[in-house]
Design a protein around this ligand. Structure first.
Ligand code: SF4
Ligand code: SF4
Length: 383
């Protein structure tokens, strides 16, 4: 992993912008509409980023990344991502059912007992779907133009054989990520997955202090596996993200800086901040962050991404930051969650009580239903 800055970053950003413009012309054809779409994209960007401009890119395995949810440039998946963005901005031009990202729980089995586990109520239940069911879902999802699939769980590595099969049978229009605790991400597994087509791994790390992380995870080996997984991923040229669900006890400027220093040491390209939600193991607990804690997180996000002082640090992804400004793209607007039984949900934190299974019912029918219902947790008014 290399952080790209200065003139190199400037040239690459121009190349990416030109590439996006050329792709948009190829997809949309009408120059006036191309102009309209690019203008709308820029307006949306400014709405949540203001005048901030990212001062770095991460280069991994000859691809350039600036946002963890966007496929790295150059790649076939970039075209899929762009088509999904255009379908949101100008639904009359492209099939409006295009999706960017699918978070897909393949299993609920897991060795850990995390204090914030969102799957707590069904953790360790038997795998519900066969490999053929999974392949069928993959095919449907790829038909909708999904540019990024994130395999989650439980611990997805518990189904590594099936993941290998899915990666091998997938079309190249999608990037694949693993959302993992790091447990069992051995050098052998890293090599197998990379060769089968995995793009990156997001490793959950709740604290920079080994003992504290182990305590959050309910396992004495948890921190050791994070370090080992990062090392193995780096060796194989996989993109690395460290994901944190910060508690009110953790949040301080100093702790966040220590976390960023560790992420840099582990060669992570990204840090992802996921705010705690009172579901699963956190159900009925007061875990939502207050405005002072959110301010500390937002300042950290801005400093890491836009301040020259932190140019050599990983890029921070903070969905809460943009959701508070432009709303959420969950519930099928841009992404959705598929649970281990093959039911659609708005996101991992917003589960529909009504079953929307995609194994026996056409995916598009369930997607339409999900979109009509929207996020059940926050209804239409996000945050
Ligand atoms: S949060 Fe993930 S790693 Fe932790 S217990 Fe739940 S499924 Fe396992
Ligand atoms: S709970 Fe709703 S608003 Fe929040 S991330 Fe999920 S879909 Fe979006």
């Amino acid at each position: 992993m290399k952080i790209i800055k200065g003139i190199h970053r400037y040239i690459m950003l121009r190349c990416i912008w030109l590439y996006i413009a050329k792709l948009t012309i190829r997809v949309v054809k009408d120059p006036f509409k191309v102009f309209q779409i690019l203008t709308k994209m820029e307006i949306a960007r400014r709405k949540y980023k203001g005048n901030y401009k990212l001062i770095k890119l991460a280069k991994v395995d000859n691809r350039y990344y600036w946002d963890i949810n966007i496929p790295g440039y150059p790649s076939i998946a970039t075209k899929s991502y762009l088509e999904a963005s255009i379908s949101r901005i100008q639904p009359d031009l492209i099939d409006k059912n295009k999706l960017s990202t699918v978070i897909w729980a393949l299993t609920n089995k897991c060795h850990y007992n995390c204090i914030h586990c969102s799957e707590w109520n069904t953790k360790d239940s038997n795998d519900a779907l066969s490999l053929n069911d999974l392949k069928k879902i993959l095919n449907e999802v790829q038909k909708l133009g999904v540019s990024q699939i994130q395999f989650s769980g439980g611990e997805p590595l518990n189904r590594i054989g099936d993941i290998m099969e899915l990666l091998s049978s997938a079309r190249p229009s999608t990037d694949f990520w693993l959302l993992t605790s790091g447990c069992n991400f051995t050098s052998e597994n890293a090599k197998l997955l990379k060769n089968a087509g995995l793009t990156g791994i997001s490793i959950s790390l709740d604290h920079f202090d080994p003992d504290s992380h182990n305590k959050y995870r309910g396992s004495l080996d948890a921190y050791k596996w994070v370090e080992e997984a990062a090392l193995n991923a780096h060796r194989e040229g996989l993109v690395i993200c460290l994901a944190i669900c910060p508690t009110e006890l953790f949040i301080s400027t100093q702790n966040l800086m220590n976390y960023a220093l560790l992420a840099k040491k582990l060669k992570a390209s990204f840090i992802r901040i996921i705010e705690p939600v009172a579901i699963g193991h956190y159900e009925n607990k007061k875990v939502e962050l207050n405005k002072f804690q959110i301010k500390i997180l937002e300042d950290f996000y801005l400093q890491m991404n836009y301040s020259a002082e932190y140019i050599d640090f990983p890029i921070v992804s903070y969905p809460g930051y943009y959701q508070r400004r432009i709303g959420c793209f969950g519930a099928g607007e841009g992404y959705l969650f598929i649970d281990q039984e093959g039911d659609l949900h708005s996101c991992p934190f917003c589960r529909n009580s009504e079953k929307m299974n995609v194994v026996n019912t056409p995916f598009e029918t369930q997607l339409r239903l999900l979109k009509e219902r929207g996020c059940q947790r926050f209804k239409k008014s996000v945050y």
